[in-house]
Every structure is written in C-alpha cells, then in structure tokens.
Design a protein around this ligand. Structure first.
Ligand code: AHR
Length: 474
C-alpha cells in the first residue's frame, strides 16, 4: 500500500515564522545553573561564565526565541536583585534551593544576543508591582538620562537591549497567584495601560488557560479592553518514561485536545481587536519521573522527539493563529534539546527534530492532500479516539524550493509517492531521523533514499521516523 501525497503548489498560505521554533529557560533545577551558566572561572565556562559547549550547540541550532525567567519562578522574581554587584540570595519558592541571582537580566540578554535568540521576558505579576515592571523595562529599553538606563550603563551596557515580547505573568490561574480570570483581567488592563503608554512598541502576552478561563478573560476584555497582543496557552504531553505502547500512542492522540484548545482560544480572541494572536508559551513531553525533587530532569528519547515533531506540525499548520511556540525547557529540564552534566554535554533526539524541521522557517504553508493513507487509531487523553494520519505531513514553499516533513510514528513502514499539483519535481533529497528503538537516546539524522520517476518522488518512511524532503520544482 502506498500513500499518495499531493502538495498543492498554487495555494501558498501563512508564513511559518521562526518564532514557532522557540525555547524556554527557567531558574529551575539545572536549566540555568549547571546548564547554560557555569559562572566565571568555572571549568567549561567561557570568559563570561556561560557553558561554552552548551552555547555552541544552541548557537548551531539557531535558537529563535528564549523565554525567561519563568515559568512559576517568574512570579517571584525581582529583577533588581539580579543586576550589578550586589546580588541577593532568596529561596526559590517553587523549585527549591537558593536563588543566588548570579544569572540576571544582563547575563540573559547578552546570552540571547550571542546565540541569536529573540528574548521574551516574563514579568512578575504574582509578587511584583506595575512600577517594578516599568522600571525593569526602563533598565532594558530606556535611554540616558533615565536613571535605570544609567544603571545599565554602569553595569557595562550603554546601548538599550532589544526586547519586543513581554509576558504578563505566568500561569496566573495557578502558581502565578491562583487568581480568578476577572481579577487577572483587571491586572492585565492595569499593567498594559501603563506599559503601552510608556513603551508602545512592545508586544504583551496575557495568560490563557482552559476554555472557561479564556472565555471569562475575553468577556472581560470585550467589555473593557486591555492592550494585549497575544494570549498564551501551555500544552504539556504527560507520559510515562517507562512507557508502553498505549502510552506512546496517547502522546500522538493528544493532538486532538491540543488542536481543540487552539481552535477554541482562537475563536474567542477573534472577538477582540482582530489582531490578538496565540502564543504557546510552554509545550513538550513531561515524564512522570520528572519531579521537583530531581529538578524536573528527564532523558531525551526518540519517542519524545517524534512527539515534538507532531506538536511542531500542529503549530506550523496553525501559523495564521500562532505567533510563537516555546518548548519547555532548553537544557536539563523536561523536554530539553541539550543535556549537560559537567563536561558531558550532548544534544537530545529532539535537538535534531528542531534542526530538521526548521527548514520550514520563512516558508509559506502549502495544502497537502493525502490519498490511500493508513489511519493510526490513538487515544485522545481527554477522551475519545483520534485517527492519526500516516504520514502526518506539512509542506512549505520558499521560491522554487519546497520542503515537506513527513512523520511516521507508527511501528510499520509507510511508502509514499510525492507529487506537486502544479508541475514536476525536478530533484529531491531527504534526511531522516529514525531508530530501531523508540527508547534510543543517541540518534542523528541520516540521508534517506528518494527515487524520481515521471516528475514524482517515491520514498519509504521507516517505522518511528521523521523525514524531511527538500524538493526543487522543475
Ligand atoms: O516548565 C515547568 C513549569 O511548568 C513552569 O514553571 C510552569 O509554568 C508550568 O507549570
């Protein structure tokens, strides 16, 4: 049996923004300390204190976005304790241990510049004030003679930083303050009112959640507007590390609730100015073994890398609605792309998914029509069955080049024939991430065979694989 895939080249849709391939770092476990930061003079650190090997890997991956400092930690973070010479020691309320504030605003923003990532700062709405937020923004964006711009210059940075995205708290329905949506809506109005008056060019992201929360929040904004640019959602895939087949399938079945959440949130926010977008602030696989006591660390496997590919496919397909998506978290925490322990630093299989799938960046989405495809029955963890298409395909176009990512999470081969609706395939090459073992921790993309005949391409997608095909039109 062969699946025929037609890429509809006449109908280029929304552009896939690089921000779809974003990342998140929090002061949690060994993500920052022992992950991206080692401290000046430490073994393995560069002259500034960053973990050199981690930095090289992330630079090479091309980090698009880095969200910081939380997560839950963000709503206990007081930025002035992390600048200049006197750094304060505090308890890390949510994740345990002490926060020494060695890594603060300047360390974060310089890091973003070094790895080429767009910084996204989460403001503290849980224990902070509007004035504290405005002062922080003045420190980051202000020009002399403003006092906080002077402070920044004293700390070695004359030029303002460039930070467009600012989050209005994190999970304010839970760790960020256990608020009611109506109360949070008032805070969003208050913060956005002052922030947009002082810094009209920034983009503000409000906290979204369930459909009920989003409905009440949007109803409040409809009655009395808030100056926001996006609403966020978090989409974690809960799974057992010691998984069985059913658990594995549920990772892919979670597509159903994730898509529903996106559509429902989108349906609500379109009632606002028509310009508010969605941001998936945090997403990824969260294993049962990743707990507060172990700093939420988990291994990276082929299976969670394929689940990441499935989620990235979903976010790309909704490129008209989703402005940004950030996997949680970059190093040593949850669904990381790099694991670092002392001098041992290695990319996880998910690192390579990002590397491959980022070929879609800047491309415009093309519709993909599947015929004769097998449908894989998987359970939606929120109830019901979902028929996952084999393969799950996304195609984009940039000039004469078409990229198609083909995901086959099933245990059987999938044979495909690829064609273009408007013309012939002139050349095609492919790489695949594939392993014989879903639990494999060390897998890397390898070239995959593609044959061309009569302007069509044929290839075989191995079991549990992601294949990226690059096509030139004739
Ligand atoms: O990513 C770990 C935690 O998950 C974050 O701090 C919080 O926002 C979410 O619940």
């Amino acid at each position: 049996m062969e699946t025929r895939i037609t890429i509809v080249t006449e109908l280029a849709g929304a552009e896939v923004s690089g921000l779809t391939f974003g990342h998140f770092v929090e002061h949690l476990g060994r993500c920052i300390y022992g992950g991206i930061w080692l401290g000046r003079g430490s073994e393995g650190a560069d002259e500034e204190g960053y973990n050199l090997r981690v930095k090289e890997l992330l630079k090479d991956l091309g980090l698009e976005v880095l969200r910081w400092p939380g997560g839950c930690f963000g709503d206990q973070y007081h930025w002035e304790e992390g600048i200049g010479k006197d750094r304060r020691v505090r308890r890390n309320i949510w994740w345990g241990g002490y926060e020494l504030h060695e890594f603060g605003t300047d360390e974060f923003l310089r890091y973003c510049e070094e790895v080429g990532a767009e910084p996204y700062v989460s403001l503290n709405l849980g224990t902070g004030t509007v004035q504290e937020a405005l002062d922080w923004m003045e420190y980051v964006l202000g020009e002399r003679p403003l006092s906080y711009a002077e402070r920044r210059a004293e700390n070695g940075r004359e030029e303002p930083y460039k930070v467009r995205y600012w989050g209005l708290g994190n999970e304010t329905w839970g760790c960020g303050g256990n608020m009611r949506p109506e109360h949070y809506a008032d805070l969003v109005r208050q913060y956005s009112n002052f922030i947009k008056a002082a810094f009209p060019d920034v983009k503000l992201v409000a906290v979204g959640h369930t459909t009920d929360w989003n409905r009440r929040l949007v109803a409040s904004f409809w009655e009395r507007p808030a100056r926001i640019d996006a609403l966020s959602v978090h989409q974690y895939t809960r799974a057992k590390e010691d998984w069985d087949e059913e658990d594995y399938r549920r990772c892919f079945g979670s597509r159903a609730w994730k898509e529903r959440q996106i559509s429902e949130a989108w349906g609500l926010i379109t009632a606002l100015s028509g310009k508010v977008k969605l941001v998936v602030d945090e997403w990824g696989v969260w294993y049962d073994t990743a707990r507060r006591e172990n700093g939420l660390i988990q291994k990276g496997h082929l299976k969670d890398a394929l689940s990441a590919a499935s989620d990235l496919h979903l976010y790309m397909r909704h490129a008209d609605k989703i402005e940004m998506a950030n996997i949680a978290q970059t190093v040593n925490v949850l669904h990381s792309v790099v694991l670092a322990e002392g001098s041992e630093v290695k990319p996880t299989p998910t690192y390579f998914v990002f590397k491959m799938i980022k070929g879609h960046k800047g491309g415009r989405l093309l519709p993909v029509v599947l015929e004769g495809e097998r449908k894989w029955p998987v359970e939606d963890p929120s109830g019901g069955e979902y028929l996952y298409p084999l393969p799950d395909a996304v195609a984009t176009v940039k000039g004469n080049e078409i990229s198609a990512s083909l995901l086959n999470p099933s245990e059987e081969d999938v044979k495909v024939e690829l064609s273009l609706s408007g013309g012939d395939i002139g050349s095609a090459e492919a790489v695949a991430l594939v392993g014989s073992d879903l639990q494999a921790e060390d897998v890397e993309p390898v070239p995959a065979e593609v044959s061309l005949e009569g302007g069509r391409a044929r290839l075989k997608l191995g079991p549990a694989s992601l294949t990226m095909v690059r096509i030139e039109r004739r």
